[in-house]
Design a protein around this ligand. Structure first.
Ligand SMILES: Cc1cc2nc3c(=O)[nH]c(=O)nc-3n(C[C@H](O)[C@H](O)[C@H](O)COP(=O)(O)O)c2cc1C
Ligand code: SF4
Length: 429
């Protein structure tokens, strides 16, 4: 995996990285300078800055950061900040890269978020088995304590290893000593979250951007990107490219320069997966016209989500890849909302039957119906994500699904899997 930028005005977030390994505090300060003191940049001004920058979350939903900060400020009680570094999307690597190599940027952002909402405590969550993230964070915190940088208290939290672990109410539940299960809202974490206090949950990349916006301002941030989507963003590019890795791109950039930065596409391609396992399959033909902007992606019923772009080579089977992910997502359900538990399982089972050529004649029509009624019927967006992933696969690869339904597995079905399926989670149910 490589970490690189593709524009002369970039890198921003990744600019401290010159060699593999964690960027130490002295280098971090050489590259970015110190954080502005509270007397120069107080909490209210920080929120305004986040608003003027149109900073949006990088954990998947791209929700405006300032709106959430204002909601926490408006709630009664001592606020808490949670830096969400769980990165439960199996194809994403950007948050692990930030935690392992740029922990000071994340910790700066988390300290600023605490200033924005008046919190004295920050919890940095990472996926439990990720020891490299923990080691980097511990080392960075030690350096900061010696340098006397922070006025907030930091805590590290090892989250469970499940697809739902980083969903915000599931993460809050775990920090409160519960299971990695999403809860119904209201109350939102902004009202009542960790230890029943107003809680700001923000993705670690969002916080890293905040750390630079606080130093350089909203105009600097908007110097890149589009009018409605300013700034830069991290993207994990995987599959049939010569240099898979995490890239920092200008928001709204076209797909082709991103592929060029990733060493170029390897051979003919069958399709694209944009946005990870909650994302959309798109036909290969759109690659030449697609921009990674909300508007361009929306025209194709897609969104960048947590920033995953996978290039499916023509030798891979889109049906086999889709079935594996659907089964994985269905088994990751938290087993608490009926439509999700039964609907996700039915979709996965039927898809499997199609891939094997053993499904009923009505299977494809059934899938079309189920994927349209499932969204919005659970406490979290897992059923929505699964339904969208499957329906975009059916739309993008109709001939392949039809062929499997009639004749069973194709030659490419036995090729090694491209989309990563984590081992069954050890969560308690
Ligand atoms: C199933 C599911 C899994 C999620 N996993 C993560 C995750 O691993 N990391 C993350 O930052 N956000 C994740 N999210 C989004 C969080 O719920 C939340 O919106 C986000 O952490 C807020 O930060 P942001 O506004 O800075 O993006 C997930 C959402 C869903 C529905
Ligand atoms: S929608 Fe599914 S995954 Fe989400 S909380 Fe309900 S049962 Fe769990």
């Amino acid at each position: 995996m490589s970490a690189a930028s593709i524009d002369v005005a970039l890198p921003r977030l990744l600019s401290g990285i010159s060699q593999p390994g964690m960027v130490q505090l002295d280098r971090h300060l050489d590259v970015h300078g110190p954080l502005p003191a509270p007397a120069r940049l107080d909490g209210a001004t920080l929120v305004e800055l986040a608003e003027r920058s149109q900073l949006r979350g990088r954990g998947g939903a791209r929700f405006p950061a300032a709106t959430k900060m204002r909601a926490v400020r408006a709630s009664r009680g001592h606020a808490i900040v949670v830096a969400n570094g769980c990165e439960s999307e199996p194809m994403s690597r950007k948050d692990a890269l930030l935690l392992e190599e740029l922990p000071h940027l994340v910790l700066d952002g988390a300290a600023l978020a605490a200033r924005a909402v008046g919190a004295e405590r920050v919890i940095v969550a990472y996926e439990g088995p990720n020891h490299d993230s923990r080691l980097s964070l511990e080392h960075a915190l030690k350096q900061r304590r010696s340098a006397g940088i922070d006025s907030v208290a930091f805590e590290l939290f090892a989250a469970a290893e499940t697809f739902l672990t980083g969903q915000e109410t599931s993460l809050v539940s775990q920090i409160n000593g519960g299971l990695p299960r999403p809860s119904f809202i209201p109350p939102r974490p902004t009202q009542r979250g960790v230890r029943r206090r107003p809680t700001l949950v923000q993705n670690v990349e969002t916080l890293a951007h905040l750390a630079l916006i606080a130093r350089h301002g909203a105009d600097w941030y908007s110097g890149l990107g589009t009018e409605t989507e300013p700034g830069s963003t991290l993207v994990t590019v995987l599959g049939a490219v010569n240099a898979p890795g995490v890239y920092e791109i200008e928001c709204g950039t076209a797909l082709e320069p991103l592929f060029a930065a990733a060493g170029g596409v390897r051979g003919a391609i069958a399709g694209l997966l944009i946005g990870g396992y909650f994302g959309s399959w798109l036909p290969a033909a759109v690659a030449s016209e697609l921009e990674l902007s909300d508007a361009s992606l929306a025209r194709h019923n897609a969104a960048l989500g947590c920033g995953v772009v996978v290039v499916l080579p023509s030798g891979a089977c889109p049906v086999a890849e889709t079935v594996r992910v659907a089964i994985y997502l269905a088994t990751e359900t938290a087993n608490q909302c009926g439509p999700c538990v039964h609907g996700s399982a039915a979709i996965a089972r039927t898809l499997h039957g199609i891939a094997e050529g053993t499904a009923a004649a009505s299977a494809l029509a059934d899938l079309g119906r189920w994927t349209s009624i499932l969204p919005g019927r659970g406490a979290c967006h897992l059923p929505d994500g699964l339904a969208h992933f499957v329906s975009t696969a059916l739309r993008t690869f109709p001939a392949a699904f039809d062929d499997h339904a009639r004749h069973g597995p194709c030659e490419a079905c036995s090729a090694p899997a491209l989309l990563h399926i984590p081992p069954p989670s050890k969560k308690l149910r």
